[in-house]
Design a protein around this ligand. Structure first.
Ligand SMILES: O=C(O)CCC(=O)C(=O)O
Ligand SMILES: [Fe+2]
Length: 426
């Protein structure tokens, strides 16, 4: 990041004055298409899309040199089943059944990729139909399960998406990641949802095409049914029934994008979406959080805790460690609780403090490379300090036993605030 972009971004958040990033703003009438990699810098993306929280599509020129676009795809543009079988046939992959609704998602099973490909071939031969229904390979952690060298032969992370704290956090712990491969036949689809923790996502088609229906934050409210539930399928005719969906008349139609082979879609934070594979499609999808949507994640976690607390309200007075149990339930339902969120902030904060401690001359990485340099670290520290101040002041965080946390949350906050002051003039 360069100094001007940092100043621009810091002003953006000062103007927001604690209001949420990218919520309730004016919805664009169309999704921007970015054609030329050479004419589009990290700063262009940061100012034009990440900060205002707007979607965009990158042309296939941005993924031209990815190994997967050659090796995973036949000359006709179809998935190269033979290659995939030979390379990954024995890998166990998660597979969702698109035809079965389980709450607002689909049930998943696990099988070797070999078995999924044999199903996929039958489905194609059956004219897009199979007695097993429509199965969709989703959330395959190819990167977690491969060597760095193998991953490098599949894709190269575009610089625009490189401020990615979720994956930086998991990489530091060496346990998990939010980097996925999706693969499914024409007709497979992902139900209406917003991404985990209100993260951003990017999604690159290795082959095939997807149709995206995108709803700016807040628009999902008009889609709620009379019981307050969000839809599973926004294309369902049931949505046209005004008795079932009384608020729909106040909503606007979604932004629609048809994503071609090689193109990359950027999905902003908190935008609900539904996605349909129009052909046999393989994509690489990452979820990511950074200084731009960190406050959205924190806001989401507070909402999740409130929902848990409401659900178990009746035991509040009779259960001595009710607050602790709420955190345990939240962890089970949302995948994270307040203690783990603090740990996430701590890991990223300590890495940024290290960069800032080296000074602007010593910091590794320039404004386009990995780490994105001193200015990015200074921006990140500012965002971390703002959110950590809110965490430390939260009554439910104050109930968490932090006696073994090192550094203590207040101490980490002080270090961040000092670093932000020291970096202000640099
Ligand atoms: O491609 C899909 O089926 C879903 C992708 C998605 O929801 C995302 O990338 O956020
Ligand atoms: Fe998504």
């Amino acid at each position: 990041m360069d100094r001007e972009t940092r100043a621009f971004a810091e002003q953006h958040f000062r103007d927001l004055g604690g209001r949420l990033h990218g919520a309730g703003g004016q919805a664009p009438s169309a999704v921007a298409f970015i054609k030329e990699p050479a004419a589009f810098s990290y700063a262009d993306f940061f100012r034009g899309f990440l900060l205002p929280n707007l979607p965009c599509v990158f042309s296939s020129a941005f993924t031209e040199d990815w190994g997967s676009r050659r090796r995973w795809v036949t000359p006709e543009g179809k998935p190269d089943f033979e290659y995939l079988l030979q390379k990954y046939g024995d890998v166990i992959v998660p597979v969702a059944n698109c035809g079965v609704q389980e709450y607002n998602s689909n049930p998943k099973e696990h099988m070797p990729l070999r078995e999924y490909i044999s199903y996929w071939r039958e489905y194609i031969q059956g004219g897009c139909s199979s007695p097993r229904g429509c199965l969709y390979l989703k959330d395959w952690h190819l990167c977690r399960d491969s060597s760095a060298e193998d991953v490098g032969a599949v894709f190269t992370l575009p610089v625009y998406f490189s401020s990615d704290w979720l994956n930086e956090f998991w990489d530091a712990l060496d346990v998990d990641d939010y980097r996925f491969v999706y693969a499914g036949p024409a007709g497979s689809w992902s139900p209406f949802h917003a991404d985990i923790f209100r993260s951003f996502s990017w999604s690159a088609n290795i082959c095939g095409r997807k149709k995206w229906l995108l709803f700016p934050p807040g628009q999902e409210e008009a889609l709620r049914d009379c019981r307050g539930g969000l839809p599973y399928d926004v294309t369902s005719p049931a949505l046209l029934d005004a008795r079932l969906h009384p608020a729909l008349q106040h909503g606007s139609p979604p932004l629609q994008v048809t994503q071609e082979a090689g193109e990359v879609v950027f999905v902003p934070s908190g935008w609900h979406h539904q996605v349909h594979n129009l052909d046999d499609t393989i994509s690489i999808n990452h979820n990511w959080v950074n200084g731009c949507n960190l406050a959205n994640m924190w806001h989401f976690l507070q909402q999740e805790l409130r929902a848990v607390q409401q659900e178990v309200q009746e035991w509040r007075d009779s259960m001595p460690d009710w607050h602790h149990h709420c955190q345990v339930i939240m962890r089970a339902c949302s995948g994270i609780n307040f203690e783990e969120f603090y740990h996430f902030l701590k890991v990223i904060a300590e890495r940024r403090l290290l960069v800032l401690g080296q000074g602007s001359e010593g910091a590794q990485g320039d404004d386009t490379g990995p780490g994105l340099g001193f200015q990015q670290a200074a921006f990140d520290a500012g965002r971390l300090a703002e959110v950590l101040a809110s965490v430390v002041a939260h009554p439910d965080f104050q109930r968490v036993d932090t006696s073994t946390f090192l550094p203590r949350p207040e101490e980490l906050l002080r270090q961040l605030q000092d670093a932000v002051v020291a970096a202000a003039s640099r």
